[in-house]
Design a protein around this ligand. Structure first.
Ligand code: NIG
Ligand code: FE
Length: 401
């Protein structure tokens, strides 16, 4: 047993099995001078002066306890890096210019294909550890830097292996539809995904994602892939409305995707359509930041439209961060969320965007994924930016070293 004693604040969204939206997004439960008892994987009691003689005690007198962060959108398993693209971006090249010239995703595809499984493990584990150090206790990881059968499988196997390291739980997504490989036609590649890759990865992933965008997959192509994925038991999610609005957000609603991610150029009507379809908007403010754009998703309008939102890092070689603390800071400083809204979007709503109802809030009976943070008030997660506030990490009731 673990007993967290005397936390200055215990801060959490209210328990809910549906994602929180509108005014409920920023409505936190804040307790002071509180103890939390954990048995095995589970929070068993929250209260004052709890007494469990056999428990290991964690003194949190000057600390704030929050739910572990859930990062519901990353591309963390890849090889190589793309720091040279930063200069190109500074010189005025757009993300899509770089991709069209064979850089961007294609550069990382080449590096990932060339990497052995051990190299891919070693490089990805470094990032995975950083994510955990910065408070991520559940993380989604997508494939999509293989674009061929072997490498897509290899990426998903590495993601699975990361999840077996006794750190954060990994939720895997197949994203073969991330870009078109240059050696086959579009039709051939889509057939390859449907006829060969999906059957081979169906037990290695829970979700299927598509980059539905001008210069990537059309709405028609995305629909065909996502419908095929459903037949293999993979639930759809979509990279939607990141640069051009070609109708990807609406497709997310149509195919009943669990999330529509990016939503930078979506219309208000799309927010309503997504809300009515029960879809969660996942916002990735690191992406406009790293492409040197000032155009961030309109989070305030989403909240006003009652669309539930979650936050994620998008961790990839273009947008290279593992820190959900930094993402909350961006969400507040650049998208106008409150620190309370950003916390719910990084915990409960992010967990539900991965179909995990057992976590994301601090409540008796929930999975004990908790962070003890060295701050005097939860708002310091955002207010005091650019440093790591995490002191202790508890994942599934285990104190992580
Ligand atoms: O979510 N836009 C497509 N996919 C990723 C970027 C991947 C990359 O640039 O390597 C994204 O931004
Ligand atoms: Fe992404």
């Amino acid at each position: 047993m673990l007993l967290i004693k005397n936390a200055r604040q215990v801060v959490s969204p209210h328990p809910s099995e549906v994602p929180l939206s509108g005014e409920r997004l920023g409505d936190l439960n804040i307790l002071s001078k509180t103890d939390i008892a954990i048995e095995d994987e589970t929070i068993v009691e929250i209260g004052h002066n709890l007494d469990y003689p056999d428990a290991i005690i964690l003194d949190a007198s000057d600390m704030v306890v929050v739910p572990g962060f859930v990062d519901p959108h990353t591309h963390m398993v890849f090889a190589g890096s793309r720091e040279h693209e930063l200069m190109w971006k500074l010189e005025g090249k757009s993300y899509q210019d770089i991709l069209a010239e064979g850089g961007g995703i294609m550069r990382t595809v080449n590096e990932t294909r060339a990497a052995s499984e051990d190299e891919l493990k070693e490089q990805s584990l470094k990032r995975f550890r950083q994510a955990v150090k910065h408070g991520t206790t559940t993380i989604e990881i997508k494939s999509g830097y293989g674009l061929d059968l072997d490498t897509e499988i290899r990426q998903l196997q590495v993601a699975k292996w990361l999840g077996e390291q006794g750190l954060a739980e990994v939720v895997s997504t197949f994203m073969g539809a991330h870009a078109f490989p240059s050696d086959v036609s579009r039709e051939q590649y889509i057939s390859l995904i449907i006829d060969e890759v999906l059957p081979a990865v169906k037990d290695l992933a829970e979700f299927c994602d598509v980059f539905c965008e001008k210069g990537a997959f059309s709405v028609e192509e995305s629909r065909v892939i996502l419908e095929a994925a459903k037949n293999f038991g993979l639930q759809p999610r979509i990279h939607a409305d990141e640069f051009d609005n070609i109708g990807a957000g609406d497709l997310a609603a149509e195919v009943k995707a669990i999330s529509a991610d990016h939503l930078v150029v979506s219309t208000k009507e799309t927010f309503r359509t997504l809300k009515n379809a029960g879809c969660i908007g996942i916002l990735l403010p690191g992406t406009p930041l790293s492409t040197l754009s000032d155009e961030f998703a309109n989070a305030r309008k989403m909240v006003a439209s009652n669309l539930p939102i979650a936050l994620a890092t998008d961790c990839n070689p273009n947008c290279y961060t593992e820190s959900m603390q930094f993402i909350q800071q961006l969400a507040v400083f650049r998208m106008g969320l409150t620190p309370a809204e950003a916390l719910t979007a990084s915990t409960l709503n992010a967990a539900l965007a991965l179909g995990r109802k057992d976590r994301g809030c601090i409540s008796e009976g929930k999975r004990a994924d908790l962070l003890i943070m060295n701050i005097p008030d939860y708002q310091h997660i955002v207010y005091h930016f650019g440093i790591n506030h995490v002191k202790n990490i508890i994942i599934g009731g285990k104190l992580i070293d």
